[in-house]
Design a protein around this ligand. Structure first.
Ligand code: ATP
Length: 362
């Protein structure tokens, strides 16, 4: 069995390259110490800085590198001051979702006991759920092409059977994997607004058909507004949530808020043949170049990449290292002595990341 895996690396803009450096250092260490797999990295230049320097935002060669890779690691991208002539922002990460059919936006929300959260968690409760945001259609379908006249504006929401079936299949598979690893009850909740919109009743009916294929798992529904309430009131009850693009966009920031901010929120955009792993946050131009960005969302995204590679290539060594990496970040968070400013500490990017590296070496 070939145990060598190619990773395409998009270094990003603003704080992007600053947080990618320690993430790569950690992955290189894990790969060097583990005889059961080998990671090889190839840079894929793209993004706002690249556009400013070359006039090209996403070179064809970089897309090819991404297509050929086993996984894609992408740092924060885009700069508010660098735009296309029509005023829209440079966002190769969105191009990748469409070009590679990455329909499942996976946003884990995890708060271990001892970790700082704006909620007062009841004794013994931990938050550990995954929000899956459909990422190629929904209300983003007409993105950049809405119909706007002097007097009215229209955007179209698209829900297709094909993408919804893939999405729900993925959601139930994830719930199954989590249940097997002891991290969830094996429940998938379809988050929609089926009481008001026919499109969501359609979405829900496709969910129900998939749910019927998984008698060993639980399935239920929740309206999106109630879900926002419950994410604050009783987030420990969720396992896997699956929803439309715009609802998922909004709820995933609420999820990041539960974890204490964007600096701790990792994500993955997953399709049938490709997957991109990236932090939820943007390029934070307000703090770029100062060495103070929180690297943990990027590092946790790298951990998700290892777990996903392990699962898709049936290589447990990768999955175990992904879990070990996540646990190391959680330990640094619980310890609390080497945290960046967004988490109330004083550490710089390098020092915060070094704590994780040292734990892995130990
Ligand atoms: P985008 O629209 O590209 O997602 P955004 O406008 O939502 O970006 P971000 O770039 O994510 O904004 O930044 C929002 C705020 O969070 C900023 O004040 C930024 O400094 C802070 N922030 C984001 N990421 C980090 C990080 N990794 N470490 C510390 N602060 C961060």
């Amino acid at each position: 069995m070939d145990k060598s895996y190619q990773v395409a690396v998009f270094h990003g803009d603003g704080i992007g390259p600053e947080i990618m450096v320690p993430a790569l250092e950690i992955l290189q260490l894990l790969s060097a110490c583990n005889p059961d797999y080998d990671l090889a990295f190839t840079d894929a230049p793209a993004g706002a800085s690249h556009y400013a320097a070359t006039g090209e935002a996403f070179p064809a060669k970089s897309l090819e590198t991404a297509r050929d890779a086993d996984a894609i690691l992408l740092s924060a991208m885009g700069l508010p001051d660098v735009r296309y002539p029509d005023g829209t922002e440079i966002s190769p990460q969105i191009d990748l979702r469409k070009k590679l059919g990455l329909f499942a936006g996976v946003r884990p929300v995890k708060v271990s006991s001892g970790q700082i959260t704006p909620l007062a968690l009841p004794e013994g409760k931990e938050i550990d759920f995954v929000l899956i945001r459909e990422s190629t259609e929904g209300l983003f379908f007409t993105q950049g092409a809405g119909d706007v006249s002097e007097d009215e504006a229209r955007e179209t929401l698209l829900i297709t059977r094909d993408v919804s079936e893939k999405l729900f299949r993925f959601a139930f598979q994830l719930a199954q994997t989590r249940k097997q690893s002891g991290r969830g009850q094996g429940r998938v909740t379809c988050v929609d607004k089926a009481n008001v919109f026919r499109a969501f009743a359609f979405f829900r009916s496709i969910f129900d058909a998939e749910a019927a294929r998984h008698p060993d798992l639980q399935a239920d529904h929740a309206y999106v507004d109630a879900t926002a309430l419950w994410m604050v009131q009783k987030p420990w009850e969720f396992d896997v949530l699956v929803t439309e693009n715009m609802f998922g966009d909004i709820l995933s920031d609420l999820g990041a808020g539960l974890m204490g901010g964007l600096g701790l929120a990792p994500s993955a955009d997953i399709g049938l043949d490709h997957a991109v792993f990236q932090p939820c946050h943007g390029s934070a131009p307000d703090i770029a170049g100062q060495g103070i960005a929180n690297p943990f969302a990027m590092i946790l995204s790298a951990a998700m990449m290892l777990e996903w590679l392990g699962l898709t290539h049936k290589n447990p060594a990768l999955s175990q290292d992904g879990t070990r990496l996540r646990a190391a970040v959680e330990q640094v968070l619980a310890d609390g002595t080497n945290l960046t400013r967004d988490l109330g500490g004083t550490a710089g990017t390098k020092d915060a990341a070094s704590s994780v590296l040292e734990l892995l070496k130990a």
